[in-house]
Every structure is written in C-alpha cells, then in structure tokens.
Design a protein. Structure first.
Length: 122
C-alpha cells in the first residue's frame, strides 16, 4: 500500500510575501505564521493547511485568461453570498478581470500579486 500523503501547504511565488499574506489573511481569517519574514510568509488554520508565499526575484504575474504568462494554479473559495464577497475582496485590493465565464455561479479575481482565484457561491 502506498504511503498516505496529507496536503499541508500551498505556496505560490510572489514579489512581496508579507503583503500577499496580509491580503489573504483579511480575506480568509487564517492566522499569520509567527516566523513569517520578508522572503516567506505563511498563513495557517486549525485544520493544519498552510498557505505560504515565497519571494521570487523578477516575479512575473500570470495573466487571466491569456496564457502568455500562465496562471499555473488558482485557489477556489466557497462563499454564501457572491456579491458580498466581491465587495469585500475589491475593497481589500483584489482585481476583477473583465473576462467572467459564469459570473452567476462563480467569479474570477486576481490577488495583489496577479494570481487568479475563483469565488463560488454556495
């Protein structure tokens, strides 16, 4: 039997780990890891999943929906109210791309580092 693997962290590249961690901390309520610093910042929750953000020199943000700088990954978040979540995210500094394939069911945003993420209504 293969060993059991448990996902413990997701770590996107960015140019400013502390700023990106602050954005997602306000959006999700996850706690900032006490050992976060200029080159790596982490957010954690009780269940153990960590979202990390690591500094990369000459970081190039992805472009949604184009593929000249591909998105490589994206987060998906579920919310009770899409409109309320959208207002909060835009106030926190998220971008909202013009291309929205199914805005009645889910919406695409970009974080301050340019990573696309999706918010889906319950």
């Amino acid at each position: 039997m293969p060993p059991q693997m448990k996902l413990t962290a997701i770590t996107p590249d960015c140019s400013d780990p502390l700023a990106l961690a602050a954005f997602y901390r306000r959006a999700t309520g996850f706690e900032l890891h006490p050992k976060s610093h200029d080159d790596f910042a982490g957010l954690a929750r009780e269940a153990g999943l960590c979202i990390g953000f690591q500094r990369v020199d000459d970081y190039r943000p992805p472009r949604w929906p184009g593929q000249d700088a591909p998105q490589q990954f994206h987060f998906d978040f579920a919310v009770d109210d899409l409109d309320e979540a959208e207002a909060m995210l835009l106030e926190l500094g998220a971008g909202k791309p013009e291309h929205q394939p199914d805005a009645d069911r889910w919406r695409v945003f970009t974080d301050p580092a340019g990573h696309p993420f999706r918010v889906t209504g319950n």
